[in-house]
Design a protein around this ligand. Structure first.
Ligand SMILES: Cc1ncc(COP(=O)(O)O)c(C=O)c1O
Length: 316
């Protein structure tokens, strides 16, 4: 049994007791699914929460002033709060819903790092990264003239931090996975963050493979950014999370502008699936619409138009 499973307390779980939770596995006792690192099957709890939302509580989030929309907004924000607690964020405000870990990392690369990079700056990734945590940095370096540096592994598959340049004055970011999808090793991310912070270097942690297996606490880890997807942690696909420390969020410009439905996230049903969710309403992809003057004016306009129709119940 791996160290990760021992730490997450999985050793006491019997296979037979898990099967009934997953409808797909109930089809046949001969069906065994071993591809969880790619994507996990969905338990009843997730399917039921999404069905309940789609059939009884679906409405726009942060866009309507009637009861169903308010309820959808509350569920959505409750999911955000739940994710914040799950990863130990200091506030739900630091949880940005996206479409995937890939999108979360791209948001940081293009919405935060890109505008800050200058020729000669360095970004460090590791030899064990998934493409999702490699290609966005490669591209942003190509676009800006910065240098993409790769941290090598030692003979045992552990990261080799002996290169002094890693925490050197030209480093602008270190991006590394918490658990490798290639080797299964767990990297000492808290240690890396502590060394990096001492030099004022931000760290992005790709938690796509760890979020379902290792207890996460972003404040204890002391990372600047953390990314993961819903579909690898028994949640729906099309939804992911970017955690960004408040200070970094303030520095980010919205990557997508326009309608909030276009800004990212898997929408309301995915958000209320109990595992995780995403949105563009808060942080890089979006804005707080309801408090705007335009929002209040539109609401007033809509009420006047509806009142003119007659036989129309207007809820306040
Ligand atoms: C370590 C790691 N990071 C990132 C990703 C990308 O996840 P997604 O395709 O859900 O964005 C994966 C997917 O396998 C992964 O294993």
């Amino acid at each position: 049994m791996s160290a990760i499973h021992q730490r997450s307390g999985c050793q006491g779980i019997r296979r037979a007791s898990l099967r009934p939770d997953f409808p797909v596995l109930c089809q046949s006792q001969d069906l065994h699914y071993l591809d969880n690192a790619a994507t996990a099957q969905k338990p009843h709890a997730v399917i039921d929460a999404m069905t309940q939302c789609l059939s009884q509580a679906y409405a726009p989030v942060h866009r309507g002033l009637y009861p169903l929309a308010e309820q959808a907004t509350e569920s959505y924000e409750a999911a955000r709060q739940q994710v914040a607690q799950f990863i130990g964020a200091s506030s739900a405000h630091e949880v940005v819903f996206t479409r995937s870990a890939t999108e979360s990392i791209n948001m940081v690369a293009n919405g935060w790092m890109g505008p800050r990079l200058r020729p000669g700056d360095r970004i460090w990734v590791t030899r064990m990264e998934h493409h999702a945590n490699y290609l966005p940095w490669q591209r942003v370096c190509q676009q800006t003239g910065a240098e993409l540096c790769v941290l090598e592994l030692d003979a045992a598959g552990a990261l080799d931090f002996s290169a002094e340049a890693v925490f050197g004055p030209r480093t602008r970011l270190i991006a590394l996975c918490h658990v490798s999808n290639v080797l299964g090793v767990e990297n000492p991310v808290a240690e890396v963050c502590a060394k990096a912070r001492a030099q004022g270097i931000p760290v992005l942690v790709d938690a796509a493979q760890s979020v379902a297996h290792v207890p996460l606490h972003v404040q204890q880890m002391d990372c600047d950014f953390l990314a993961f997807s819903g579909h690898k942690m028994y949640g729906p696909s099309g939804i992911g999370v970017l955690y960004a420390r408040d200070e970094r969020l303030q520095e980010m410009a919205p990557l997508l502008v326009g309608g909030s439905w276009a800004g990212g996230g898997g929408g309301v049903p995915a958000a209320v699936g109990p595992s995780c969710d995403a949105s563009a309403h808060h942080g890089p992809g979006g804005c707080h619409r309801r408090s705007t003057t335009r929002g209040a004016w539109l609401a007033y306009f809509a009420v006047c138009r509806c009142a003119a129709v007659g036989h129309c119940v207007i809820y306040d």
